[in-house]
Design a protein around this ligand. Structure first.
Ligand code: SOE
Length: 384
């Protein structure tokens, strides 16, 4: 099999996760990386063992050997970089969000569809093997009619007023932070599970710290260590730390989510329960190898990940035998596995399991509606 040559733009928290995922599937070589300047690019390329380093992403896009590019830049660069990748005729794998607003994301969908290139988004949680097993269970009617999805996505890395990151700024990350950053994963997963769209939302956003202390330099997500007091300056916060969102789905079901980045002790606590007319299913991404299945008239079950026990059509998404747990990285690995299968086939499959730019656009529209709803304090339709 021929080796596919790949480039990665941006190597903060998530870029290296893409590189690792790519290296876990065969016949792919990350040959180039781009960063904000040449020195950073060189240092990151050395650390990650990537041969070519570019101080400007446009140079990477001129690299003829590269046929697919991962956009792992901060949010405000997603639109121009995704656009440039597609215009350069290269397959595009983008981090979420797809763009800064739904006008931009709509344009990217048009461009991607016209291009015939593969366009994928890293909504990684939907590709955990047990999440896909739950999806197939629902599709086969094993939990009956889907009535409600409920859950939370809780983190604590922005708990203190001294916690700061570019995601806090509207100009860098967009008008919603907590809901757009982590609530979006939950919405994508629930839409995937239910096989339905979120059509209407009622959102309530809370800013816990309306002023934070910002370090004078840049800080990566989950950087952990606190700078000293003299290196901090105050800044105004305009994006929510906590979001409560109720939703109506196109299949008649409803959903409710609490997304928070200020809940002490909760690191990446993404949980969902889908209540059906016959059974319920629950999953917790911090215990990703267990799927809980709840019954009314018999004992509840816990399915522990084992490819031999998963529904056949998605069993390939589990890469180790039973008793050998998999975790957070498996979602991005599966996204790469499926997207690169399409890249080798020459273009996107009809209905891929990975998220595409259409899903990325759908997510932007949900975020737009939630921002409007929180502002106007009323139920708001998701306009596509
Ligand atoms: C930061 O909140 C973040 O890295 C998100 O941006 C990711 O999408 C999520 O998977 C983990 O948390």
């Amino acid at each position: 099999m021929e080796t596919v040559k790949v480039g990665v733009i941006g190597t903060g928290f998530i870029g290296p996760a893409h590189v690792e995922a790519l290296r876990r599937i065969g016949h792919i070589e990350v040959v180039a990386l781009a960063e904000v300047d040449q020195a950073t690019a060189k240092a990151k390329a050395d650390a990650l063992g990537i041969p070519r380093a570019y101080g400007d992403y446009r140079e990477l896009l001129e690299d003829d050997e590269v046929i697919a590019v991962h956009n792992c830049t901060p949010n405000k660069l997603h639109y121009p970089v995704n656009r440039a990748i597609l215009e350069a005729g290269k397959h595009c794998i983008s981090e979420k969000p797809l763009a800064m607003n739904s006008d931009e994301s709509r344009r990217l969908v048009e461009l991607a569809e016209q291009s015939g290139l593969v366009h994928a988004m890293n909504f990684n949680y939907r590709l955990n093997p047990l999440v896909q097993h739950a999806r197939v269970m629902i599709e086969r009617g094993e939990i009956g009619e889907v009535r409600h999805a409920r859950g939370a996505y809780a983190q604590d890395w922005l708990l203190k007023p001294t916690d700061y990151n570019w995601r806090i700024n509207v100009a860098d990350a967009g008008p919603s932070r907590c809901f757009a950053d982590i609530g979006s994963h939950w919405c994508d997963t629930v839409q995937t599970l239910a096989g339905a769209h979120i059509d209407e939302v009622m959102a309530d956003f809370t800013i816990v710290h309306d002023e934070r202390l910002r370090p004078r330099g840049e800080v990566e997500s989950f950087a952990g260590k606190q700078p000293s007091a003299e290196d901090l300056e105050p800044c105004k916060v305009e994006t929510e730390d906590l979001a409560m969102v109720m939703m109506k789905l196109s299949n008649g079901a409803t959903a409710s989510l609490v997304a928070t980045q200020v809940s002490a002790g909760f690191k990446n606590a993404f949980t969902f329960t889908v209540d059906g007319s016959e059974a319920s299913i629950s999953w917790d991404q911090e215990r990703p190898n267990e799927l809980w299945i709840g019954h009314r008239d018999r004992a509840n079950e816990k399915l522990v990940k084992d490819p031999d026990l998963l529904h056949e059509e998605i069993a390939e998404l589990a890469h180790f035998p039973g008793g050998h747990p998999e975790g957070y990285p498996v979602g991005t690995k599966n996204m790469c596995l499926l997207a690169y299968r399409d890249i080798r086939a020459g273009g996107p499959a009809e209905k891929p399991l990975y998220a595409t730019f259409q899903d990325g656009h759908a997510e932007m529209c949900i975020v737009d509606a939630a921002v409007e709803s929180a502002r106007d304090r009323r139920w708001t339709k998701v306009e596509r």
